[in-house]
Design a protein around this ligand. Structure first.
Ligand code: ZN
Ligand code: ZN
Length: 350
């Protein structure tokens, strides 16, 4: 049996590089030699114990690589050895009703702990050297795009899903609360849709960074009331769309209060802890507020995100905080846990 290296979560704060069996492909699969995998907040929370999984667990769901072998049933006009690819939606089953109607991100058999990629360890598998991937989970990477940039397709696809769900319109007043990587992607995509974007971010460094990306209207919620400020900036109307990308549930109350009549409020973040919030039902009723949530992404969002990166409409480079080798993943995780880091990317097979 051929072996390969993988980073395995063996316990809280115990992430080890081990040798596991290299996957074998089935006729409709390709073997992808992974080159890059970004350390998402989700994996960071597995590391710190906030996200509970059964150990041993193999994380990584923001990965890119190169096809090194194609199964006998793979159409060579579509995919062949040497193609550079992003691997996505590995844990969606493809068979349930949600998957079949194109909502793979809402797969009813979805679990981060499914066994995928031909691996003999549970988990999404991106933090390994190889994965066996069904062709339906492949997305093409353009020549000019680095594997590191391509690995950010998954987070961008989740934001595409959110922006499309909120249906941002030309000229909308949009507020983005929080400018971690997900908030920053929301700001970029909302601007692409023709919206005016106002940032609400307590961290000065992040506000300065967003300014370098051209976002000049920024609220510091530590020094001014963000709800009042949004009203001031919008002729007392409030925001047409508010994206809340912050994990503190209390902030979601402000998101609702900022919305204009017939405004939309998107709860994008996952909330830790999941403390209930208080919202006036009459405010929603009278203002006709649309309160919605968005999580994960579908194939269509992956294709859109892939195109945005491939054609350079969105530049992912400013969001790469650093790289590390698979062998040094623990160091990379420490860096990723620093709230000042955007994405730290693990490189393999280099
Ligand atoms: Zn992710
Ligand atoms: Zn499914």
């Amino acid at each position: 049996m051929t072996k390969m290296k993988a980073a395995i979560f063996n316990d809280v704060k115990k992430l080890d590089v081990e040798e596991i069996e290299k996957p074998e492909i089935r006729p409709n699969e390709v073997l992808v030699q992974l080159k890059a995998c970004a350390l998402c907040t989700w994996e960071q929370r597995v590391y710190t114990g906030v996200n509970k999984v059964q150990f041993p667990f193999i994380g990584g769901h923001e990965e890119s690589g190169i096809i090194v072998k194609a199964g006998s049933e793979v159409n060579p006009d579509l995919w062949k050895t040497g193609d550079r690819v992003v691997v996505g939606l590995m844990t969606s089953c493809g068979d349930c009703e949600n998957c079949r109607v194109g909502h793979e991100g809402s797969c009813t058999n979805f679990s981060y702990e499914n066994r995928v990629g031909g691996l003999n360890v549970r988990g999404m598998g991106g933090l390994a050297e190889y994965l066996a991937v069904p062709v339906s989970k492949l997305f093409p990477v353009a020549e000019g795009l680095s594997f590191e940039e391509a690995s950010l397709t998954e987070p961008l696809s989740c934001v595409v899903h959110s922006i499309d769900t909120a249906d941002v319109q030309l000229g909308d007043n949009v507020v983005v609360i929080g400018t971690g990587i997900m908030g920053a992607f929301h700001a970029l995509l909302a601007r692409q849709q023709g919206a005016r974007v106002i940032i609400d971010e307590p961290d000065e460094k992040r506000r300065v960074f967003m300014k370098t990306l051209g976002f000049k209207e920024a609220i510091d919620p530590m020094n001014e009331d963000p709800v009042q400020r949004v009203k001031q900036l919008t002729d007392n109307k409030g925001a047409d769309v508010v994206f809340d990308t912050v994990a503190v549930s209390k902030i979601a109350e402000q998101a609702v209060q900022m919305a204009a009549i017939r405004g939309k409020v998107m709860l994008y973040s996952s909330y830790h802890p999941d403390t209930p919030i208080s919202i006036s039902p009459n405010t929603l009723h009278r203002s006709m507020t649309k309160l919605m949530g968005s999580a994960n992404s579908d194939s269509i969002d992956f294709f859109k995100a892939m195109k945005l990166l491939n054609n350079g409409t969105i530049d992912a480079k400013p969001f790469i905080a650093g790289t590390t080798s698979l062998e040094n993943i623990d160091k990379g995780m420490q860096k990723a846990l620093n709230p000042e880091s955007y994405r730290v990317i693990v490189q393999m097979n280099r």
